[in-house]
Design a binder for this molecule. Structure first.
Ligand code: IPD
Ligand code: CA
Ligand code: CA
Length: 262
């Protein structure tokens, strides 16, 4: 399966940044002795990866806008299109030598995500989708799982770290969901959590307090794999609220009912 010119540009940028990050990831292990230098090294790697992606995308499509984690937002001459980029999602895993992190690149057109690429460079898994064209993992078609019983389903989320104020809310979510399902995972990369829902590896994902770049590519990948993706707050907007809930269709209502119950 071959994507459009835009998707090919996104894949090229993700692979190029991925080569750099894989090299740096190997290096991080040698730096673990000094926590401070490992932290500085990772933030430099993150910024360098974003620069590679920015150069590739902006050279190929100079009129599109730019919204990314490590640099200022830029409005393009074309106000209807922008790139939404997280050069390294799962930074804490990366810093700790855990091979679970990804590059996330999305293209938004008139407020809708129309293409997404999530590249897990350490495992060489490239998840991508284009609106109306389906979702793919490398060369294979992606499809959400068809499990329909909550008690057999696995869900993923992110739990607040370092004293964030949304801990009680997350604990309430977990208290309602955990007894009703087969398990909850916290793997540390929201982008890969969404890619894994698309791949049918788990049934659903929800998280609060995210940024647009954590979710944008995942939104189109899960939808194109046949899943439902909604704002957590009904009637809200996923990217601007920074909250999302997604799952395969058979479990969505039961799952969302528990998480949204207040
Ligand atoms: C983080 C990851 C994590 C989520 C955090 C994000 P980063 O992104 O997606 O899974 O729980 O809220 O900030 O900082 O590694 O790019
Ligand atoms: Ca992120
Ligand atoms: Ca990041």
């Amino acid at each position: 399966m071959h994507g459009s010119a835009n998707v090919n540009i996104m894949i090229k940028a993700a692979r190029k940044a991925g080569r750099l990050l894989v090299k740096d990831f190997r290096e991080v292990e040698n730096l673990q002795a000094s926590m401070k230098s490992a932290g500085d090294f990772v933030s430099r790697a993150d910024i360098a990866a974003e620069k590679i992606i920015r150069d590739e995308l902006r050279n190929a499509r100079p009129t599109y806008g730019w919204c990314a984690e490590e640099s200022a937002e830029e409005h393009g001459k074309d106000p209807t299109r922008r790139w939404i980029v997280d050069p390294l999602d799962g930074t804490t895993n990366f810093l700790h030598g855990l091979p679970h992190w990804a590059i996330s690149i999305a293209l938004e057109h008139k407020g809708q995500v129309v293409a997404g690429v999530i590249f897990d460079a350490a495992k060489d898994e490239l998840f991508w989708a284009e609106k109306g064209e389906g979702a793919w993992l490398n060369e294979s078609r992606l499809r959400v799982s068809n499990r329909s019983r909550l008690i057999e389903s696995i869900f993923a989320t992110g739990v607040p770290f370092g004293g964030r104020s949304d801990l009680p809310q997350t604990l309430q979510d977990l208290a309602r969901l955990m007894p009703a399902c087969a398990g909850v995972r916290r793997w540390g990369s929201a982008a890969l959590d969404m890619a894994y829902v698309a791949a049918g590896r788990y049934e659903g994902f929800w998280e609060r307090r995210l940024n647009a770049w954590d979710m944008a590519a995942g939104v189109v990948i899960v939808r194109e794999a046949g899943g439902l993706v909604q704002p957590l707050r009904e009637g809200g907007d996923i990217l601007s609220d920074g909250e999302v809930i997604c799952a395969n269709e058979p479990v969505f209502e039961k799952f969302a009912g528990l998480i949204r119950e207040r």
